[in-house]
Structure formats: C-alpha cells, structure tokens
Design a protein around this ligand. Sequence first.
Ligand code: DAT
Ligand code: MG
Length: 141
Amino acid sequence: MAIEQTFSIIKPNAMKKNAIGDIISMFEANGLKIAAAKVTILSKSKAEEFYAEHKERPFFGELVSFMTSGPVTIMCLQGENAVAKNREIMGATDPKKAAVGTVRAKFGDNVGENAVHGSDSTASAARELALFFEKHEICNV
Ligand code: DAT
Ligand code: MG
C-alpha cells in the first residue's frame, strides 16, 4: 500500500464543540499522521473555489455560508492509503447514515453540518492541498 497525503477540514460546527483534539486522536489512533495543520477562517471566495464541483447544487449557498461561519482546522493527513482511510474514519456524508464510532456519527449535526471534510481521491487531495498549503508547509512525517 502506498503512503498518501490527503486534505482534511474540521468544520465550524465541530470547532464549536471543542473537538479538535478528539478528532485528531481518531486520525492518529487509525495510523494517520498530521503533516500540516492550521486554524483559520475561510473567505467566501476560497470556500466557493474549494467546493466548485457543487456550485450547481441547491445547497451550495448554504454550504459556503456554513463553511465561512467560523474557524476551521485545515490539515494534511499522511499515511498508508490515507485518502480511503480518512473517508472510513469520517463516515458517510449524512451523520444519520454514518457508522457508529465514526467522526461524523459522533460530531456531525446534519448532512450539511457534518463535522469534517476529507478528499475523495488522490487527485482531489492534490488539488485541495495545493489550494490551502504551500509545498513547504507540508512535512513528510
Ligand atoms: P462529502 O463531504 O462526504 O465528500 P459531498 O462531496 O457529496 O460529500 O458534499 C460536500 C458537502 O456538501 C458535504 O460534506 C455537506 C454538503 N452536502 C452534501 N449533500 C448535501 C445535502 N443534501 N444537503 C445539504 N448539504 C449537503
Ligand atoms: Mg466530497
């Protein structure tokens, strides 16, 4: 299995729950390492660019408004099969459908406010990491 890097966001609703530590512990307990991390507030234009693939969806406005509503933690996670492993740890998009013990089951409120983002492919991971981090800000951990 290949060592990969993937992009992760702890979303504003999970930040309000003071859950950064709990969520990062779940990544670490499952073998992922934190290769970069920053607490920040997304601008509207950055959030729109990040979620560009969803711009025709009816929930796009709500999604951008939620993602810019407060601080987020942006991260690069590294490890074997990191892209798929992160999606497994996160659980399904809708917290009601997320497996017990996943981040979204624990900290998600609804399908929009679902606690975390994780890249869905290695190509998305490369695009998303480049959008938020300079190359030198990501460590090979
Ligand atoms: P994921 O975040 O699991 O990759 P996605 O790419 O389909 O899911 O959607 C991106 C985000 O958009 C998702 O995390 C929350 C929001 N979203 C998706 N479906 C939604 C819906 N039906 N209503 C409201 N928000 C939704
Ligand atoms: Mg997605």
